[in-house]
Design a protein around this ligand. Structure first.
Ligand SMILES: NC(=O)c1ccc[n+]([C@@H]2O[C@H](COP(=O)([O-])OP(=O)(O)OC[C@H]3O[C@@H](n4cnc5c(N)ncnc54)[C@H](O)[C@@H]3O)[C@@H](O)[C@H]2O)c1
Ligand SMILES: [Zn+2]
Length: 380
């Protein structure tokens, strides 16, 4: 078990990463209850699979009257679901001495965190992320929020939790597509922090995972989650409010968002699109002369994951149009995070359109040639 110490917004808290570490969760909950009551918000799918186990772990701290199951899927991150959460909390007369525990993927933890931050102007909360993407990204860094009909994540606040408890055993039941999507963000971190991460290099671990096609090896996952969380925590400590270095975490995302938008949301999972975004960003970096053995290996590893993505038809024209809209929204600036050397990200503004087009075209070729070969469980 590893414990990573996070500091943000003048608040310090532990992020626990382990396997079958329910005892630790029970202790953390007891310690943070401080005489208050526990409210648990569950993702519906997670509740169906692991609810009983969680109730057993939480023991007397939990009560059926103080648990709420949140519907599955991105549409649950809405004002109407949030209104239901407020009703539930206020009907049970939640007080500021109480603790809200969010158990689920990024949808549940973003929503629950926002409800906690805003109910009674702030109730303490803690997170049990249950998806890989939740563990390496959504539960880390204190961003909470909901979607608005005008766009994703447009309503929200920063609110750091009391603790984050990542129990890798829950990943055993996560479907393969969501595992690959979580690995998309992990691949992003691998480029940002290079192969220096401990206990094992991220690239080595990702490479072995891709070769075996086994994404459920908890030892390997533990290395990857620890390294990813360590990197994100380091960035968030320096820039909690996303005004400076936190932009690095958007590596591959300018392309990824445009890919998602060009297909219509939901056709590729966000993390799946991030794999393609990282490949396009690496192509773009090459035209700046960012070429090295390390980067070539990194690119080969990122590309080896493309075969685990479901097959979709990418239209470069539509991706370019989506990027143009994005550029307008951000005052005419498209900012790219590029990787100069493994572990050395830089920012690049005013990138020549032709370079972007060619980076995109090469990524589309890579995807159309190898995407979908080993992909399983396609949703559409
Ligand atoms: N706050 C942040 O900094 C941040 C960062 C990245 C992403 N996000 C948000 O996170 C969301 C995506 O998160 P996600 O990918 O975890 O999606 P998700 O929460 O929709 O979970 C994915 C699927 O896995 C299921 N599930 C959850 N745990 C499971 C388990 N242990 N076993 C089996 N199934 C399980 C869920 O029911 C769901 O169907 C998006 O809304 C995104 O905006 C937030
Ligand atoms: Zn992302």
């Amino acid at each position: 078990m590893a414990i990573i110490d996070a500091k943000a917004g003048g608040h310090r808290y532990p992020i626990v990463i382990g396997t079958d570490c329910g005892d630790r969760l029970r202790t953390l909950v007891r310690r943070h209850l401080e005489g208050g009551r526990l409210f648990v918000l569950y993702d519906a799918q997670f509740f169906a699979l692991h609810g009983r186990n969680m109730q057993r772990i939480l023991g007397a701290a939990a009560s059926r009257d103080r648990e709420l199951v949140i519907p599955v899927g991105e549409t649950a991150k809405s004002a109407s679901t949030l209104a239901g959460v407020y009703d539930f909390l206020l009907d049970a007369r939640i007080s500021r001495d109480d603790l809200i525990l969010a158990c689920g993927g990024g949808v549940t933890t973003d929503l629950a965190g926002y409800a906690a931050a805003t109910a009674l102007r702030g109730v303490r909360w803690a997170v049990v992320p249950t998806t890989l993407l939740g563990m390496v990204d959504a539960a880390i860094g204190g961003k909470t929020g909901i979607n608005h009909p005008k766009g994703k994540n447009l309503i929200g606040v920063f609110c750091q939790p009391e603790f984050v408890h990542c129990d890798l055993q829950y990943l055993r039941t996560l479907d393969r597509r969501h595992m690959v999507a979580g690995l998309g963000e992990v691949i992003k971190y691998a480029g940002l922090c290079g192969n220096r991460s401990r206990p094992h290099g991220m690239l080595d671990t990702l490479e072995r995972m891709s070769i075996s096609g086994d994404f459920y090896d908890l030892k390997k996952l533990s290395c990857l989650v620890q390294a990813s969380v360590t990197y994100k925590v380091m960035i968030v400590e320096r820039d909690e409010r996303d005004l400076g270095v936190r932009i690095r975490l958007n590596y591959g995302h300018t392309f990824a968002h445009a890919v998602e938008q060009s297909l219509g949301y939901g056709h590729l999972l966000h993390g799946e699109a991030v794999i393609l975004g990282v490949i396009a960003a690496l192509n773009l970096g090459k035209s700046y002369g960012f070429i090295s053995r390390g980067l070539a290996r990194y690119q080969a590893i990122a590309e080896s994951f493309v075969r685990f993505l479901p097959k979709r038809t990418l239209r470069p024209e539509a991706i370019r149009a989506a990027m143009a809209i994005d550029k307008k929204r951000s005052n005419g600036q498209t900012r790219f995070v590029l990787i100069e050397r493994l572990g050395r990200p830089i920012l690049s503004d005013n990138v020549d359109r032709r370079l972007i087009d060619s980076a995109l075209a090469d990524m589309v070729v890579c995807y159309s040639e190898s995407g979908g070969r080993d992909a399983s469980n396609p949703r559409r």
